[in-house]
Design a protein around this ligand. Structure first.
Ligand code: 6MZ
Length: 348
């Protein structure tokens, strides 16, 4: 898979802002987990969707359930987080925001707080090992679990935002978009916002979420995940587009994920083009690089070949992503400086 990526895209310094931890676990790491838990009887085909294949979004959520069975101890979590960080770094990602949903595993004694602490520990260890990547953590709310769990998750996120030396920077709202309604989660999200957590919210991933998106935009979120059905050409509305434009809310766009999970018909029809042509901030992301057999380099290459972007345009996309991140201003400035150094080396 990797050899299909041209050197330019691999060498391009990149910012990854939409990566679900468990969905990002690579085939190699998955093999290790499967071998370690033979009693679960899990086949590789149950954890990864291979290139050229497609699933419904429902089927993708079934894949996550299988993955969660495989990652059920602190040791697993530490191992997969470090592996995912290393792989992103090897792919040329220099700034990464990982998101993950804290889980309880009664059998192994994993608690939600230990879950968050373990991810933070993995990030710290990677830093100590001098892996060339700055990693931050967004604590995720799974919409399926309702308002009380959402409030509990916000409290956890707030506590670690205050005690993790800037590693926890915000929250994500994700999970099966056909389950639950954003209005029930609004109080928790408002609370998160008020205590200084940044918000990256999945919005309009499926068509039925128009009313919910109107509501969530009142927060407003700091970034939008997918936003597939926001614009009128696919059943969204100009009112939604205006609100996103007015508030200049960046979109996290995941081409391969949307095609493989069949929420977008083809690469050519991906909503990247709609927003890119408006000059709106669009950030290319992987979503779940393990499940969807992709990498961020591949996503950049795909966008370039599908939409005819030259190297300068690709560069601009990557550089613009820095400002869409939740990094402190001083870090953004350092990243801008690094990008400038890379630019002269890459000659684009
Ligand atoms: C919505 C998604 C997603 O949290 O266990 N997740 N939510 N839409 C998507 N599009 C395909 N892909 C992943 O990572 C897995 C969890 O991330 C969310 C789901 O809640 C999934 O269970 P973590 O690290």
């Amino acid at each position: 898979m990797e050899e299909e990526v041209e050197p330019f895209y691999r060498e391009l310094p990149k910012v990854e802002l939409h990566a679900h931890l468990t969905g990002s676990v690579s085939v190699a790491t998955m093999k290790q987990l499967i071998t370690g838990k033979p009693h679960l009887n899990i086949k590789h085909s149950m954890t990864t969707i291979r290139k050229g294949q497609q699933r419904t979004l429902d089927e993708c959520f079934e894949v996550f359930k299988v993955l969660h069975q495989l990652v059920d101890t602190e040791e697993d979590l530490l191992m997969i987080t470090k592996a995912v960080i290393r792989e992103f770094a090897e792919d040329g990602v220099r700034y990464l925001e990982l998101r993950s949903t804290p889980r309880v595993e009664t059998k192994t004694g994993l608690t939600k707080r230990r879950y968050v602490e373990t991810v933070i520990e993995a990030i710290r260890q990677c830093k100590e090992e001098d892996i060339d990547i700055d990693v931050r953590f967004l604590v995720a709310v799974d919409r399926r679990n309702g308002p009380e769990v959402a409030l509990e998750t916000v409290k956890i996120a707030e506590d670690y935002m205050l005690s993790s030396d800037g590693i926890v920077v915000g929250m994500d709202l994700s999970g099966d978009p056909t389950i639950g309604h954003g209005k029930d989660l609004l109080p928790a999200l408002q609370k998160a916002r008020n205590c200084g957590l940044k918000l990256a919210l999945h919005m309009s991933e499926v068509l039925s979420q128009k009313e919910e998106s109107e509501l969530l935009l009142t927060l407003p979120p700091d970034r939008i995940g997918h936003g597939t059905f926001l614009h009128p050409e696919v059943g969204g509305s100009m009112s939604l587009v205006h609100k996103v434009r007015q508030q200049n809310i960046p979109l996290e766009l995941c081409l391969t994920s949307n095609i493989m999970s069949k929420t977008v018909e083809s690469y050519e029809k991906h909503h990247f083009l709609y927003w890119y042509q408006l000059g709106h901030p669009c950030v290319l992301c992987t979503d779940d690089k393990g499940v969807f057999s992709t990498s961020l380099s591949q996503e950049y290459q795909l966008a370039a070949s599908t939409f005819g972007l030259d190297q300068e345009a690709v560069w601009m996309l990557s550089q613009q992503a820095i400002n869409c991140s939740f990094a402190p201003e001083a870090v953004k400035e350092q990243l801008q400086q690094r990008w400038a150094e890379y630019k002269s080396q890459l000659n684009c």
